[in-house]
Design a protein around this ligand. Structure first.
Ligand SMILES: [Zn+2]
Length: 482
């Protein structure tokens, strides 16, 4: 009998303890945020803090504002910064960084969607598919360039463009948009690469039943089919920089392609969508150390973010917006000269360094060989002499470049994606110097990259210390795992 009483008391105590524990546990579990139905993932290729701040400063001066106006995403209340080194290098390339942002795993430079042992990695797109999200990818460089292809592709060689097209075809990407389909001319001359042209790759995509079009309206309004929207399906040619846009060039833009993607996904996606938008040309401009071209690209990237912000207003409590970058490009710093930054020195730059190189080469081909014509061009397009007070030493440098290199030999400065004539490279250097902007690299640097989040689960990103954690958090919010 005594034993029975003991047993009952023991049992009662255990139940009370259990109830307390459950109460405590329930109390300790934070209420998990609602699953976002719409996920926007923005990647500014090469965009770090100074590209953003420089853009804000430049347009404040250009538009005559008394003080800088922050870009929409730089005003997000939830902000963070992350490391981005790769397994092989302290400074990542877009392949390893894209893989990190797409799969949550670090890999070596040049690797796309594979680890250092060439094992294929699961991507956030796999999670999106499993969870019923429709997928869209938008860029303003090639649809099989490093960043977008890290989401759907797998290769240890980022120049394996035809293989990446095959991977795209067999992926779950419903809508893709970009400037072109990169062919093998875009990669190194090596017999191991499959020799196919952009036109042949376009044909390959069409033969797979995907609606490949150059018509933005048509792409936006296509129903029941996968869509590939490109500005060029014949040759590997990119859309011009924003600063170089002239009459008729404002059709195939990052903004218009993003609008088309959003239109398509809003209509076609029954259970939500995942949309990645990359500002890819931003990186190209920074590789050329072309500050103004970079600022225009960052601003258009922010305009694409605005689309997501407007969408989120219509779908509050259902949308997540993540804005980040893969790495920093150019080692851009603002204010090398005695606490000054003079954005006003840049106000008369009317074309990019790349465009100016093309114009000069055309003039040379037409037989123009007089310094005064080129000096006039530098004045008209960059504001040298007319706005920027070029010193005698600087003028001598440009003249020497003109006579000794440009007219005689024509070697170029290799900015990775585009080559500049030395005279243009030095002219852009003079512009930077007078504006008190300095660049330390023609490639990438290892500095922190920014992270801005808004919407469902935005605070979860405050935990991120490295870029690999970003897709893991997105995956977990979407109800899956990476
Ligand atoms: Zn780059």
């Amino acid at each position: 009998m005594k034993r029975q009483v003991k047993l009952i008391v023991g049992l009662a105590l255990s139940i009370i303890c259990l109830c307390f524990s459950i109460l405590l546990i329930t109390d300790a579990i934070p209420t998990s945020p609602k699953k976002p139905k719409y996920v926007f993932y923005f990647i500014g290729d090469g965009m770090s803090f100074n590209h953003i701040l420089g853009t804000e400063q430049f347009f404040a001066v250009k538009e005559g504002k008394g003080e800088i106006e922050r870009l929409n995403f730089s005003k997000f209340a939830t902000r963070n910064f992350v490391t981005n080194y790769s397994v092989s290098h302290p400074v990542t390339d877009s392949a390893a960084a894209g893989t990190a942002l797409a799969t949550g795993c670090k890999t070596a430079n040049a690797c796309i969607g594979v680890d250092i042992h060439d094992n294929e990695l699961r991507s956030i797109l796999d999670v999106a598919s499993e969870q019923g999200y429709m997928i869209g990818l938008v860029t303003n460089v090639g649809i099989n360039h490093a960043t977008p292809s890290c989401f759907y592709g797998h290769t240890s060689d980022r120049f394996g463009f035809p293989k990446l097209v095959n991977d795209y075809i067999s992926s779950d990407v419903a809508f893709i948009a970009g400037s072109t389909i990169m062919d093998m001319k875009s990669g190194p001359e090596d017999p191991k690469y499959e020799k196919v042209t952009t036109a042949q790759l376009a044909e390959r995509i069409r033969n797979a039943g995907i609606h490949l079009t150059l018509d933005i309206e048509e792409a936006a309004n296509t129903t029941g089919k996968r869509v590939a929207l490109v500005a060029n399906d014949k040759e590997n040619k990119h859309v011009p920089y924003v600063i170089d846009r002239r009459e008729g060039d404002d059709y195939h833009t990052l903004l218009n392609h993003s609008k088309a993607a959003l239109n398509y996904l809003q209509r076609e996606a029954k259970d939500g969508f995942f949309l990645m938008i990359e500002g890819g040309k931003l990186d190209y401009a920074a590789h050329e150390q072309d500050a103004v071209a970079t600022f225009y690209e960052v601003r258009e990237f922010a305009q694409a973010v605005q689309l997501a912000l407007d969408f989120a207003e219509q779908h509050p409590d259902e949308t997540l917006i993540v804005v980040t970058a893969d790495h920093e490009t150019g080692g851009m710093s603002l204010g090398w000269d005695h606490y000054e930054i003079r954005m006003n020195m840049l106000l008369e730059q009317r074309s990019s360094a790349v465009q100016l190189t093309k114009t000069m080469q055309k003039m040379r081909a037409e037989g123009k060989r007089e310094w005064k014509d080129y000096k006039q061009l530098l004045s008209d397009e960059f504001g040298l002499w007319s706005l920027v007070p070029v010193t005698p030493e600087e003028e001598k440098l440009l003249k020497d470049d003109f006579y000794n290199i440009f007219l005689k030999y024509g070697p170029m400065v290799d900015g990775l994606y585009n080559k500049s004539e030395f005279i243009v490279y030095h002219a852009i250097g003079i512009l930077n110097r007078h504006a008190s902007i300095e660049w330390t690299s023609l490639y990438h640097t290892g500095m922190y990259t920014p992270l801005f989040t808004k919407g469902v689960g935005e605070k979860r990103f405050l935990e991120c210390r490295d870029q690999t954690e970003i897709p893991r958090v997105i995956a977990s919010l979407m109800g899956g795992q990476l």
